[in-house]
Design a protein around this ligand. Structure first.
Ligand SMILES: Cc1ncc(COP(=O)(O)O)c(C=O)c1O
Length: 389
């Protein structure tokens, strides 16, 4: 019998200590791991997944979360790191060296680009941006120096959904590894390995945590050799996570599918409603017909995350748009997303996406778990206060 992923995230093959049973796993916290004698210490290979060496390299709690995230992403092995951005950095540092080139989509998560432009450049690693909406053109961008192609679906803030499978195929045919930032898809709307992608990272900070109170990232693979290569760098960089943080994500994981579906439904309702408001020029949400790459979203996904962007009429001033965001009562003003509270961030498109064809002032909305009717009323009063006063 094949089971739904939401069931697998709860009924996972976890074994509690003998004589004890509970739905949630126990929590182990350690820097020091004790060995029964010197011989046991000497015989322990710290690279092996069997057994424990040192808290930084894994405890039963962190390893259990790694297994569950691998299940969520449809992969086989997973490594945890202290943030989503650290997961991007881990992949880059494990796979790239001097003289290598990495390709980033033009709409990549901004700090990933900053990492590449600043830190990787210091190590002699170059990068180029490619247009993720032109899968054919990617082939022409790959050179003999290209070692890695980053993918993101949809792009951060401007929300264009690429033809992921075609991009992955193009890189594969040229022998180049692909890594997907699957923070938006969360392993629920989108499963990277089904589209031929080699590495899937996720900011667990967002949906898997769901509380807006934990920072964590994951790097998942299906190929053991690739995993071992990344794991070596993970260990040498000292990128472990604490048991308390792992525990918080383990506690949230059984509800991730429900939260994701609820936030998807609420976001789609509000995106559709906003599209009909006179103050709104355009809504960028991959599940809405007419949004950039909607047809690719429809081929790759059944669900969508609860995050989208709104372009307000181009004749409004930035001050009016800021007034709209300030007038929102239920939306916090803040950068992270996927927690219980709805959030809004105004972005300057001219700074965000040089040369973008999109016009107008952009506000990104992330929908939380408040009642959707209350959120709609809040958006309505803020639109009126900012643009009709
Ligand atoms: C698409 C995407 N990837 C990665 C990250 C980084 O996650 P973290 O905040 O855990 O570093 C974020 C955070 O906003 C994100 O939106």
């Amino acid at each position: 019998m094949t089971r739904d992923l939401s069931t697998d995230l709860i009924h996972h093959p976890y074994q509690p200590p003998a004589g004890f049973a509970a739905p949630q796993p126990g929590v182990f916290k350690a820097s020091t791991v004790l060995f029964k004698d010197v011989a046991a210490m000497r015989s322990r290979d710290w690279r092996s997944r069997e057994g424990y060496t040192y808290g930084l390299h894994g405890t039963p709690t962190t390893m259990l979360l790694e297994e569950r995230i691998a299940t969520l992403e449809g992969g086989r092995q997973c490594l945890l790191v202290p943030s989503g951005l650290a997961a991007v950095a881990l992949v880059d540092l494990a796979l790239l060296g001097p003289g290598d080139e990495v390709l980033l989509p033009a709409n990549v998560y901004g700090p990933s680009r900053e990492l590449t432009r600043n830190e990787l450049a210091r190590w002699g690693i170059t990068h180029r941006l490619y247009d993720p909406m032109d899968a054919q053109a990617l082939g022409g961008s790959i050179t003999a120096a290209t070692r890695l192609v980053w993918l993101e679906a949809p792009g951060s803030v401007t929300m264009e959904f690429p033809d992921l499978a075609a991009l992955a195929r193009t890189a594969y045919e040229r022998g180049v590894l692909t890594a997907l930032d699957n923070t938006w898809g969360a392993g629920l709307a989108l499963r990277g390995f089904e589209h031929g992608i080699d590495i899937v990272m996720q900011a667990l900070t967002k949906y898997p945590s769901g509380g807006g109170d934990v920072l964590m990232g994951s790097v998942t693979t299906v190929d053991l050799k690739l995993h071992e290569r990344i794991k070596g760098t993970h260990m040498r960089l000292g990128l472990g996570v604490a048991g308390n943080d792992a525990e918080m994500v383990l506690r949230s994981l059984p509800t991730v599918a429900l939260r994701y579906a609820a936030q998807d439904q609420a976001a789609r309702h509000l995106a559709g409603w906003l599209q009909a408001q006179p103050q709104v020029a355009r809504v960028l949400h991959p599940a809405l017909a007419g949004s950039p790459g909607h047809e690719h979203w429809a081929r790759h996904c059944k669900q969508a995350a609860g995050i989208f962007s709104v372009l307000l009429q181009p004749h409004y001033t930035q001050a009016q748009v800021d007034r709209f965001v300030d007038a929102l009562q239920l939306f916090g003003i803040g950068y992270s997303w996927a927690g219980p509270m709805s959030l809004a961030v105004p972005y300057d498109l001219r700074v965000m996406r040089e040369g973008s064809a999109l016009q107008g002032h952009l506000v990104r909305l992330c929908i939380g778990l408040e009642a959707v009717a209350d959120l709609q009323e809040d958006l309505q009063q803020a639109l009126r206060a900012a643009f009709e006063a």
